[in-house]
Ligand binder design. Structure first.
Ligand SMILES: [Zn+2]
Length: 203
């Protein structure tokens, strides 16, 4: 199963790396990414492919459900390094429709041990959507409801992001902008979200 990966690497070296040797030599010395991407681990949402970016352009953190958890030292270190050392000016949180992590918000009674704990940082997105739909007496097809929860989860995680003091400070100093996006696997397109708590306009 993993042999194709190593064969792919051989093709990468002979067909791509060799032709771009100078580019990769420069990259080997330093990186100057301009975006931190917080996305889902889903194999169908590969950031460099869907944004047509090259190595060196995007600093990446991916987890199940593109979640910003306050008790996540992994992401905390990524944020600290991105903002305080790499001086990255933009952070994108990108969700995607058809997200298995978000679907699992409806499946808290399953046998999984760790996924429900991880999703504690996202249940509020489902609650907000369900409260809104109930308030409006809307009975929505499951698929459409899940899309709304995917979008609300991105908004929620943007809020979590702003709970980091150094993120807030960088935003106030106008050296950092944060953005919420959703990737649609059926069209290949990225939808730009508006965040009600984000004072700066996403662009
Ligand atoms: Zn996902």
């Amino acid at each position: 199963m993993i042999t194709p990966l190593l064969e792919g690497n051989k093709r990468f070296v002979s067909e791509y790396f060799e032709k771009e040797r100078e580019f990769f030599r420069g990259l080997a010395k330093d990186q100057k990414p301009t975006v931190l991407w917080i996305g889902c681990s889903d194999s169908r949402v590969p950031v460099n492919t869907i944004t047509q970016t090259r190595p060196g352009e995007v600093f990446v953190h991916r987890n199940v459900g593109n979640i910003v958890a306050s008790n996540d030292w992994n992401l905390s270190a990524v944020l600290e390094f991105s903002i305080n050392h790499l001086n990255i000016p933009d952070i994108v949180i990108c969700g995607h429709y058809g997200c298995g992590g978000i679907n699992a918000l409806d499946d808290a009674d399953g046998e999984d041990k760790y996924i429900p704990i991880w999703l504690n940082n996202a249940y509020k997105a489902r609650e907000r959507v369900d409260e809104k739909l109930q308030g409006l007496h809307i009975d929505m097809p499951k698929e459409d409801r899940m899309k709304l929860i995917v979008e609300e989860n991105v908004r929620l995680q943007l809020e979590h992001l702003q709970e980091y003091p150094f993120v807030r400070r960088a935003m106030q100093a106008k050296t950092l902008n944060i953005h919420g996006w959703v990737y649609d696997m059926e069209s290949g397109e990225i939808k730009v979200m508006k965040s009600h708590k984000n004072r700066q306009q996403p662009s």
